[in-house]
Design a protein around this ligand. Sequence first.
Ligand code: PLP
Length: 445
Amino acid sequence: MSHVFHRNLKATYPTAVRGEGPYLFDSTGKRYIDGSGGAAVSCLGHSHPAVIAAIQAQVAKLPYVSNSFFTTQPMEELADALIADAPKGLSRVYYVNDGSEATEAALKMARQYFLEIGQPSRYRIVTRRQSYHGNTLGALAAGGNFARRKPYDPMLADTVRHIAPCYAYRDKRDDESEDAYGLRVANELEHMIVEMGPDTVAAFIAEPVVGATAGALPAVPGYFKRIREICDKYGVLLILDEVMCGMGRTGTLYACEQDGIVPDMLTMAKGLGAGYQPIGAVLVGEKVCRAFERGSGSFQHGHTYMGHTTACAAALAVQKVIREEKLLGNVKRLGALLEEALIERFGNHRHAGDIRGRGLFRCVEFVKDRATKEPFDPKHKLNARINDEMLSRGLVLYPMGGTLDGVRGDHVILAPPYNVKDELIGEIVDIFGASVDAAISRLPA
Ligand SMILES: Cc1ncc(COP(=O)(O)O)c(C=O)c1O
């Protein structure tokens, strides 16, 4: 019997023993294509020599030192690299260890910002339904993944309110243009701020491209511009969560570049360390930094391992590889190939409702009926069945249920590494297609 408290105590997991580029191998020698790097993490594949060398060199020199007492070269150089290429206005990097910690830090920083500038009545948060910002209690409260929230509802802070996601496939009316739809749902933020009392609201948080909860879902053009205007009008901070969609995943280093806006804070994790080390960060805008500099100077927060020396060295190496190997160009080119292949395979598929995403962050949402967009009965767990079929064929993607509301809907996310060979894209889509067809054909009538 395993002594690990696994994610599912009723499941048996294969033992992964080795990774090589986009492939994983288990203890029986079976090979899997890693087409999603877990939850869009392993953006360089599993064995990049430059990242491995950087980690080995750092561990040999200084594995860890507390940033309560010292700064380090990897921490400084990584911050320089991130800020050099960040949207203008983001000026400092607050290090953490993962995405949930990044959300916690951003929420608390928003609250302390208003204390620093003499607006202590602001502490409430607006978020969107069908969003996800992490699993720790503060981050869970600030998200809209209702399945993950449900067991903990009584423990979640009552300071958060939800507005609609920007989910054109489901919610845009037939007689509505994309622009009009985007404005309508963005304006829900203004209505909510007014209803809550503008002088009580600290921040609005959103993913530029929603991750696993709604399935690689970008907003329509113009939506985030209107969101930015509303935040500015009411003095509310805008936090963009790029934990999953950032660090090049959508074809630009920062996903929000494509929406033409700059947030007050931006969170990142997954692709930052590419799975070689756990690391996350909050990029902080000038306005917020200035308030801390002029005020107390210190953020009342912290974790033992923040700014971990080896994790920063690994993330710095990842950043260098992305630049030196010109991988953002690859993401755009391979992303277009992937989109094309998905449209060819699923464009006329009777159960593929929507094919969406940006760059190498793509998703297919499955429906029982394309005309009515009716989802499959959640009791059949189609997404889990597709997963089983894919694993048996040696493919790992990221399937999820609850696409519409936390209960109904099935989708599968594809998020392959940025440096795969062109041929692998076709192979992934072929195996994915066969797995979907097999899973649907075996559904109970
Ligand atoms: C958008 C987003 N925010 C936050 C998180 C939480 O990150 P972590 O699991 O590293 O705590 C995730 C994780 O999937 C995410 O996708």
